[in-house]
Ligand binder design. Sequence first.
Ligand code: FE2
Ligand code: FE2
Length: 174
Amino acid sequence: MGLLTKPIKTLDDLFVHQLQDIYYAEQQITKALPKMITKVADPELKQALENHLAETRKQIKRVEQVFQMHGEEVRATSCPAIDGIIEEANDVMGDASDPEVLDAAAIAAAQAVEHYEIARYGTLIAWARQLGRPDCANALEPTLQEEKAADLKLTEIAEAHVNRAAAVTGGSRR
Ligand SMILES: [Fe+2]
Ligand SMILES: [Fe+2]
């Protein structure tokens, strides 16, 4: 917990803290995705990331809506977990010189982001219900479904062609 966040004493405090955490994470993802989109080569992967960038922008609005529904100031708190995932993605993608291997690295990184988000939104929804706020849970549910769909789409793209292409390229260089 950062120095500027208020002490977390109740489940409600924890809910608000996690809302601030995911608000920060979604903003960092919005900044990271355009860079990833310009680097990847596979057209289907590019399109999937572009679609998810548009979804992510809507997801930020939903988090803002939940802050308002909960009577809380809209604010972000830094999230070292998402910073680490994005930093690692940039490092690995920076090192990959083959376009096919880079695409495989981008999918791996994007799926790490999606799994992080699935964990966070799953918890937020469960806590909102426990706190007697099904309205907040329902407002976040479409986002959880979008994160799961984005993760599945990335698996499909990887297994349909990107992994095979990366194996062929990588294999030929050995
Ligand atoms: Fe998201
Ligand atoms: Fe996502």
